[in-house]
Design a binder for this molecule. Structure first.
Ligand SMILES: O=C(O)C(=O)C[C@]1(C(=O)O)C=C[C@@H](O)C=C1
Length: 360
């Protein structure tokens, strides 16, 4: 699949003068709940009403969605409010029912994207549809797997495509429910600038407090839209209560978010160009310094080879990491940043030395 302007046609056709907003409850619970939320969202920036009908739960026994009974409620949402509707589909049966109910947007969840067999099955069931299909990132940070999902749908002759960034699972305890790992959507955008990308701050945060901050970062990274879980009485929600917000709070967030211009012009561009020239000089210095460091690592590698000493020296490596984090902190650089930079440097050093010690 190549980047093509036509990938964003469905979004351009909406002619929005603000980012696309998809909102609605995590799960459709009752007809009354669905319609109440939809009516509160009707006269806002929201264009699409979302509601989970089939809910993939991590462990059995949880609320798994009310199922197909909710589809006629979504039809009513469309008739009464004019909002488009969106549901998650995970198998052929879901696709069939959602298409029969004339749902406008179908999305594949993270637990589906992770499985190419499941994606292929859904793609085959959707073959040739003119519905909008959105693919959430897989649970693990694997860009190829995410793009593979998009490609399977594209190959099934589906042209109204987009992706949803909902963050990635981590074994570490973090302040996020799903770590954003912004470098993945940034790389996706670099490869496919015309594939619409929507951010899902609700699943990234797992709570209400971070939604505004994550949404702003997404807009600053030129995401085309936001999908935010919204409930009339969030605390009573049957699923993901902690991360849902009221329609009123959603409106507040929308009003506070700043949409910036994608490109600078005129004087601002001149100013940026001057600063960018400075960055170019500094980047070149960084490369020269890294190359110098690597030369020393190669010399150490030669000593290790001649004296039969192992490549990895944990104690020294631990000491470097600790020192550099402390030095970095003094210059206002975060621990995460320093650790990732030095881990990459150390790995390259190991690779170079491994080449030396294993050479004949
Ligand atoms: O101190 C060494 O022994 C090195 O080879 C240097 C270096 C590094 O690049 O910082 C590389 C490998 C070791 O695990 C520790 C540190």
């Amino acid at each position: 699949m190549e980047n093509k302007k036509e990938l964003r046609t469905w979004l351009d056709d909406m002619k929005l003068d603000h980012p696309l907003v998809i909102a609605g409850p995590c799960s459709a619970e009752t007809e009354e709940q669905v319609l109440k939320i939809a009516h509160e969202l009707k006269d806002t920036d929201v264009t699409v009403f979302r509601a989970g009908v089939w809910k993939p739960r991590t462990r059995p026994g949880g609320f798994e969605g009310v199922g197909a009974v909710a589809l006629p409620w979504l039809k009513k949402v469309k008739e009464q409010t004019g909002l488009l509707t969106a549901v998650e589909v995970a198998n052929v049966a879901h696709v069939k029912l959602a298409l029969e109910a004339d749902v406008d947007i179908l999305w594949l969840g993270a637990r589906t994207t992770v499985n190419p067999f499941a994606v292929q099955e859904v793609a085959d069931a959707l073959e040739g549809t003119d519905k909008i299909i959105l693919i959430k990132n897989p649970i693990n940070p694997d860009l190829a797997l995410w793009l593979g999902g998009v490609e399977r749908l594209y190959k099934a002759n589906i042209k109204n495509l987009g992706v949803i960034h909902r963050g990635f699972s981590s074994y570490k305890k973090t302040r996020y429910r799903n770590v954003p790992q912004w470098q993945l959507p940034i790389e996706l955008k670099r490869q496919f600038p015309d594939l619409p990308i929507i951010n899902d701050p609700s699943h990234i945060c797992g709570n209400r407090t971070g939604i505004q901050e994550i949404s702003q970062i997404a807009l600053d990274l030129n995401f085309e839209g936001l999908m935010i879980e919204t409930h009339i009485t969030p605390d009573d929600a049957w699923s993901d209560a902690a991360q849902q917000i009221t329609p009123a709070r959603l409106v507040e967030i929308m009003n506070d978010l700043k949409v910036r211009k994608p490109k600078a012009e005129g004087e601002t561009l001149d100013q940026l160009q001057q600063l960018r020239a400075e960055i170019d000089v500094i980047d070149n210095h960084i490369i020269d310094t890294l190359a110098e460091r690597m030369k020393v690592a190669v010399q150490i590698g030669e000593v290790k080879k001649s004296k039969n000493i192992s490549v990895l020296q944990d104690a020294r490596w631990g000491e470097i990491l600790q020192n550099m984090v402390a030095v970095g902190e003094k210059s206002g650089l975060s621990q995460d940043f320093i650790e990732s930079v030095f881990k990459a440097i150390h790995q390259e050093s190991i690779n170079k030395q491994e080449e030396i010690v294993t050479s004949k």
